[in-house]
Write a protein that binds this ligand. Structure first.
Ligand code: NAD
Length: 542
């Protein structure tokens, strides 16, 4: 502990840059994009502060131009995972004793490096290899990651300030110790910010980490590691490994020192990992912490008093930004029948105006979906909807993977409210809409609640306050992030802590103190000033 009660800078959200024509940020990001797109990068793993290469590599191609190669990354063998674990445990000896203000300094510096010298690069990497438009890259790879880093430092100090009461003869203190052992971060493709935050927030709290990024996010993961290195994260504190997720996970979970899983990704994988941890429970020295933020089937319900134009905009933005590949993306909507004619008109107009193509062309609103597996899955569901009598594709429905994995923004209208695309997470630019009778609002709320296994995000659009109140109550358990008169996406760190329950995760709210609390194990220290010298209590006297 340092010699003073230090105050950290008050966390503020990073302003989103516009990338308007003529702006310096537009020029910088396009220059970085072109340089990186037209060169080939070699991405090693990063273990114990060293770049690690192997004989086994995999190519990186942009989803919007899958024959073009922008680099390669190196794949782990078991010995690399074992080394990552042992070096993490070795690093823990020093890192767990590092004063908090030194840890804070590192991650605050990382935030400023991203805000400044690394901004164009991390955005360009996210545009190239995850096919985000510049705006989607900016709000994710730059702003949200900066926000996570800044706000977590503040939340850490808030946690440390939480102390029990003391009396004049006993002083009570709580130490928020890092977990004993090492932690494991497994991150998804769709948010560079999540990929950076999961290992960083555990390390900030004094833990050591083995981090396995998604195969589809390796390019921006490399930039994150460059930032962490330059910011001063010591060797062995965050170790990055790439490759076969099953081999890596089996090796990590077999270690007796495994102490926590910080996962974001799909529900099925998370449940499997939970099961595996359960099966191994007798091995571990401590009960591992398990945090998982997983899938969603996020809804919009429009009451008969909603504004049709607002409903259409919420659907267009909520369902199609980043090709619907946000865990919070609107993928099912329930529209009151009196609104449908207008909502449909506005929605079809919007969709007609959406441009799709490479993120390098900044006028494109949408680009490609992440990989062929996702493309094929979406094509199958779209074809099925075209063939099914109780479903109608009223917009989009086209797809083409000749150059990139492009899927048109697609709207399916169903007669059966429990049609498969109303329940299954597709993770692409497809929304399914059910039109309900104006008078069936209450029954429709029940339907929304019961239709999906997930409970991540959802939105009610209405002008009638009674209806808003009714929906807020009826939908209490089917969204961890609930929106009134807004789209169900776009949570901001420090403003809307994010996470869902049911099959959507453990709801530990990324970007909040609650999440950080999962990565510490409090130690209560009671110090008695005048220690008793006689065991007899007064009531024992005759
Ligand atoms: P995914 O489940 O395919 O992959 C997530 C991570 O798990 C990757 O690193 C992957 O390599 C790893 N993985 C895959 N199979 C594994 C296995 N058998 N053992 C161990 N690890 C394994 O998910 P994705 O496609 O990268 O991301 C999309 C999913 O993530 C969607 O379901 C989305 O809803 C969810 N997501 C949720 C949130 C949230 O906050 N709730 C945020 C982002 C994404």
């Amino acid at each position: 502990m340092g010699k003073g009660f230090f105050q950290v800078p008050v966390a503020v959200n990073e302003p989103v840059k516009s990338y308007a024509p003529g702006s310096p940020e537009r020029k910088a990001v396009l220059t970085a994009y072109n340089t990186m797109f037209n060169s080939s990068t070699d991405i090693p793993m990063y273990i114990n502060g060293k770049d690690v290469t192997t004989e086994n590599t995999r190519k990186i191609s942009p989803p919007h131009d899958h024959q073009h190669i922008v680099g390669q990354y190196h794949l782990a063998e078991i010995l690399h995972i074992e080394e990552a674990i042992s070096t993490a445990l070795e690093a823990r000896k020093e890192w767990s004793k590092m004063p908090w203000e030194q840890r804070a300094g590192i991650f605050l510096k990382a935030a400023e490096l991203i805000a400044g010298p690394y901004r164009a690069k991390i955005n360009a990497a996210t545009m190239i290899a995850q096919s985000k438009t510049v705006h989607q890259a900016e709000i994710d790879a730059a702003c949200e990651l900066i926000d996570f880093l800044r706000f977590n430092v503040q939340f850490m100090t808030d946690i440390y300030c939480e102390q029990p009461d003391s009396t004049s003869d006993a002083w009570n203190r709580i130490e928020y110790r890092p977990l004993e052992g090492f932690t494991y971060a497994v991150t998804p493709f769709n948010f560079t910010a999540i990929a950076g935050n999961l290992p960083a927030c555990m390390a900030l709290m004094g833990n050591v980490v083995v981090w396995k990024p998604s195969d589809s996010q390796v390019y921006s993961a490399k930039i994150i590691m460059d930032v962490f290195r330059e910011a001063g994260v010591p060797a062995g504190v965050i170790n990055v490994v790439f490759g076969d997720p099953v081999m890596i996970t089996n090796t990590v979970l077999a270690s007796t020192d495994f102490s926590g899983l910080h996962f974001t990704g799909s529900t099925f994988i998370f449940k499997e990992l939970w099961k595996q941890i359960g099966n191994n429970i007798h091995k571990y020295k401590t009960y591992p912490r398990i945090v998982g933020e997983t899938g969603g089937k996020d809804f919009i319900i429009a009451h008969k008093t909603a504004n049709s134009k607002q409903v259409a905009t919420a659907i267009t933005r909520g369902a199609f930004e980043f090709q619907g590949q946000k865990c919070s993306a609107a993928s099912r909507a329930y529209i009151s029948s009196n609104l449908w004619k207008d909502v449909k008109k506005y929605l079809l107009e919007d969709i007609k105006s959406l441009k799709m193509g490479s993120p390098e062309n900044l006028s494109n609103f949408m680009t490609a979906v992440i990989h062929e597996g996702s493309f094929d899955k979406l094509a199958t569901f779209i074809d099925q909807a075209k063939a099914d009598a109780n479903a109608e594709v009223i917009a989009g429905g086209g797809y083409d993977k000749s150059k990139g994995y492009f899927v048109e923004p697609t709207v399916i209208v169903v007669k059966d409210a429990k049609y498969t695309t109303m329940c299954t997470e597709l993770f692409g630019p497809v929304i399914t809409i059910f039109i309900y009778d104006d008078n069936d609002f209450e029954a429709t709320l029940k339907l929304v609640d019961e239709t999906s296994e997930y409970a991540l995000t959802g939105a009610i659009l209405a002008t009638d306050r009674y209806a808003i109140n009714q929906a807020t109550k009826a939908l209490e358990n089917c969204a961890g992030n609930f929106y009134i008169n807004d789209k169900p996406t776009g949570a901001v760190v420090g403003q809307q802590p994010f996470g869902g329950a049911r099959a959507s995760g453990t709801n530990d709210k990324a970007g909040s103190a609650q999440n950080l609390l999962r990565w510490v194990s409090p130690r209560m220290i009671k110090e008695t000033f005048v220690t008793p010298i006689d065991y007899r209590y007064p009531f024992l006297e005759k």
